[in-house]
Design a protein around this ligand. Structure first.
Ligand SMILES: *[C@@H]1O[C@H](CO)[C@@H](O)[C@H](O)[C@H]1NC(C)=O
Ligand SMILES: *[C@@H]1O[C@H](CO)[C@@H](O)[C@H](O)[C@H]1NC(C)=O
Ligand SMILES: *[C@@H]1O[C@H](CO)[C@@H](O)[C@H](O)[C@H]1NC(C)=O
Ligand SMILES: *[C@@H]1O[C@H](CO)[C@@H](O)[C@H](O)[C@H]1NC(C)=O
Length: 577
């Protein structure tokens, strides 16, 4: 065990530091309108209000609210009055978009012919068709009058996840783009990447999603991986040259604003964490965050909101992964969320892949000096990951707890992310990690790998199973030389595709997450109802159908899918958007 001292000045925000609001808008991110409307719970989901559009300039809306408040001195504006106020000054969410049918969609992309099971092939065709209903174009009015919208304008159309997720999302888009490229929708994929480049140029980060209330937090940094897939699919070097400066700028953001120096007896290691300097309730989950923090000191409330926002940045919002209780253990409840005190295995694996990619992109363009710079960063990263996250006894990588300087030894699929990223120096480590997975208990479920073995009621925990996590493990295993690992990858793919398929037959929909047991049903828990559509689910399913299409089989265990059902899917999805 190393003796560790954490020295980074950015480790903890000292008390009294003025941190930031989620954004500068006094309607969407801070202030009395937000507070009173959200705390009055006029809508089922707090995201509804912050997605509404203003009917007139924000100054006027704020003044009207001040006027209204003065009628009710020293108390909140009554719900009925708030509703009238909203009817006058706000419009329903959704009018910032136009439906947009991707112009590069065509009915017979090549990969379909690789799917030999005929039921799966027709299903793959349906999934391929879903891109048409998930396409959105932002109206010019959002560009011309940004002050009236929480929507952030982006110049190119987007494919959205679906359901309450009406706008673009960062890490979701990686799997969406993978799916689009299989669907031969290169122009749509290019536009989505260029939107992210535009956002990096504007904000210095890729925000969590396309709304102002997301602008100060990011999400797992998948932009370089999107570019990798696009470049593999197109070989377009000019595109690479065009986007590379934004990739480097995003990388600097993670290294300057989201890193920690950890001193061991031998070396100072630099690793990354999720850590958003915003100490307010999340506007889109405002009342939840306020209620969760009730009874805490002002200081503790701010810290909790910062850690919840950082949890949202991690993509795992929320999970027992981020719990650290009073005794420093990875235990507790949502109130014990301390995301910023954890060095996550998956984030550092992604950074490892990004460093390798930045080196290789520069090499492709002939910038040898830059390539060497990122290779140096990569080897330092591998050393840091091996020193702090790798556990030789357990044979896997674990999140590192900065409070108690220990690794969190619970099972999470993210423990295998460094395998997927090939972020290790010795091939025995991959054998050990495969063995770890086999012994972890994570393979004991019929429908996929659970998000954790702890049923906390949060959505990134038992019993939910999420598409991106399946994909990361399957891709990690299938990239190894060992035939056993490859067979395991196939069996996990078979399991996952059957889960998606059975739920599709039964519920006529693709879900954002599934339940790890039962005969194909959506997941639950967390802050909102399960959503359907669904971008990353469709993307991962298409990728697995492409990769294993000659072997996957729908078997005899599921009812026959009638075309009437497929018609219904359309009706359901149409009514949603
Ligand atoms: C607020 O009240 C003032 C004073 O009565 C009035 O002049 C102004 O027009 C009101 N503003 C709005 C937006 O209603
Ligand atoms: C990163 O941190 C620096 C220094 O603290 C700050 O000035 C800058 O705005 C931060 N960048 C972003 C994108 O948040
Ligand atoms: C974590 O650190 C605290 C304070 O230093 C200590 O009281 C506690 O026993 C530690 N917990 C564990 C699990 O090591
Ligand atoms: C975890 O916390 C619960 C209460 O929240 C407690 O009952 C349990 O003993 C704790 N487990 C460990 C290993 O500390």
């Amino acid at each position: 065990m190393h003796c560790l001292i954490v020295i980074s000045s950015t480790l903890l925000f000292s008390s009294g530091d003025a941190l930031l609001a989620p954004c500068d808008s006094q309607i969407y991110c801070t202030g009395e309108v937000l507070r009173q409307v959200q705390m009055a719970k006029l809508f089922d989901d707090d995201k509804y209000f912050v997605d509404m559009t203003l009917t007139t300039a924000p100054e006027v809306v704020l003044e009207a609210f001040t006027n209204l408040s003065s009628v009710f001195p020293d108390k909140a504006v009554p719900s009925l009055e708030l509703k009238k106020f909203l009817q006058t000054y706000f419009k329903e969410p959704g009018n910032e978009f136009e439906r947009w049918t991707p112009t590069d969609w065509h009915s017979k992309p090549n990969f379909l012919s690789k799917v030999s099971d005929s039921k799966y092939r027709s299903w793959a065709e349906e999934l391929h068709s879903l891109w048409k209903s998930l396409g959105r174009k932002i109206r010019d009015d959002v560009r011309d009058h940004p002050e009236l919208y929480s929507q952030i304008y982006t110049p190119h159309p987007v494919v959205v996840p679906g359901g309450r997720f009406r706008e673009l999302y960062y890490w979701d888009s990686y799997w969406v783009i993978n799916g689009l490229l299989l669907s031969e929708m290169t122009e749509t994929a290019r536009g989505m990447i260029l939107n992210f480049v535009y956002l990096v140029e504007r904000y210095g980060i890729v925000p969590n999603g396309g709304r102002v209330y997301y602008e100060r937090r990011s999400q797992p940094p998948f932009l370089p991986l999107m570019v990798e897939r696009f470049y593999e699919a197109t070989g377009d070097k000019d595109f690479l040259r065009q986007v590379l400066p934004a990739l480097e700028r995003e990388y600097s953001f993670w290294m300057q604003n989201r890193s920690v120096d950890v001193v061991t007896s031998e070396l100072t290691h630099i690793l990354n964490r999720y850590n958003v300097p915003v100490d307010h309730p999340r506007p889109e989950s405002y009342s939840d965050d306020v209620e969760l923090a009730e009874g805490l000191s002002t200081e503790a409330q701010k810290q909790l909101w910062m850690d919840l926002t950082s949890g949202a940045e991690s993509g795992w919002d929320f999970s027992s992964r981020w719990f650290i209780d009073d005794t420093g253990r990875n235990n507790g409840s949502l109130r014990d969320t301390q995301t910023s005190s954890i060095l996550p295995a998956d984030l550092n694996a992604i950074m490892c892949r990004n460093e390798r990619l930045l080196a290789s992109f520069h090499r492709s363009l002939g910038n040898e000096e830059k390539a060497l710079k990122y290779e140096k960063a990569l080897s330092a990263r591998i050393k840091a990951v091996e020193s702090l996250l790798w556990d030789a006894e357990k044979g896997a990588w674990f999140d590192y707890n900065l409070v108690n300087k220990t690794r969190h030894l619970s099972f999470y699929p993210s423990n295998l992310a460094p395998l997927w990223a090939q972020c290790y120096s010795k091939s025995e480590m991959s054998d050990q990690a495969v063995q770890y997975l086999r012994d972890s208990g994570g393979l004991d479920y019929p429908n996929g790998i659970p998000t954790s073995l702890s049923d906390s009621g949060q959505q990134w925990d038992m019993p939910n199973t999420w598409p991106p996590l399946q994909h990361i493990i399957i891709e990690g295993l299938s990239g190894l030389h060992s035939a056993h690992a490859q067979e395991l990858a196939f069996s996990l793919a078979q399991r996952w595709i059957q889960t998606n398929w059975r739920a599709f037959i039964k519920y006529e929909a693709m879900f954002e997450k599934y339940d790890v047991s039962g005969d194909g049903k959506p997941g639950g828990g967390g802050e909102y109802e399960v959503q359907l559509g669904f971008g990353w689910t469709n993307g991962v399913a298409l990728q697995l159908l492409d990769q294993y299409g000659d072997r996957l089989s729908s078997g005899g265990r599921v009812p026959v899918c009638s075309s009437a059902l497929i018609g219904l899917v359309y009706a359901v999805l149409k009514s949603l958007f």
